[in-house]
Design a binder for this molecule. Sequence first.
Ligand SMILES: NC(=O)c1ccc[n+]([C@@H]2O[C@H](COP(=O)([O-])OP(=O)(O)OC[C@H]3O[C@@H](n4cnc5c(N)ncnc54)[C@H](O)[C@@H]3O)[C@@H](O)[C@H]2O)c1
Length: 131
Amino acid sequence: MSPTYDFAGQVALVTGAAMGMGLATARALAQSGASVVLADIDGALAAGEAKRIVAEGGRAIGVACDVAVNQRGVWACMKHELRVMRSQGSGAIVNCSSLGGLVGLPGCASYHGTKHAVLGMTKSAAVEYGG
Ligand SMILES: NC(=O)c1ccc[n+]([C@@H]2O[C@H](COP(=O)([O-])OP(=O)(O)OC[C@H]3O[C@@H](n4cnc5c(N)ncnc54)[C@H](O)[C@@H]3O)[C@@H](O)[C@H]2O)c1
């Protein structure tokens, strides 16, 4: 069974949206009715993918954006997202961790450390701001 989602009338901001999982997420949100902002350090690629979504009937723009990646990028995004969400009284954040946020592997301390941090920041923010 495939669940269907209706994001009509809602805005979705996707970082790292010019390729990979970010692009797949942005396209799925647009296909479900959201107006999507594709933000990426490669602004030209993001703009091109946004144009493709618009040509397919969706609503999207592409913008250049440098979040700095992994732990600091997620922290910086949540800082600004929560400000908007608190003032408007609603919103949802989906952060991207990894299997590396749950386990340890030899030679992966830096990546896995940041991905564990993403889970910790997300859980703490959810408890702090959920209400
Ligand atoms: N691909 C996997 O198998 C996998 C598995 C687990 C977790 N993840 C996580 O999913 C996320 C996306 O992974 P992916 O494989 O789709 O990556 P990808 O390399 O395919 O795409 C990453 C995108 O982020 C953009 N980007 C890079 N630095 C940026 C910055 N400073 N500011 C803004 N945008 C920036 C790139 O231009 C690119 O468009 C990452 O957080 C990754 O750790 C991926």
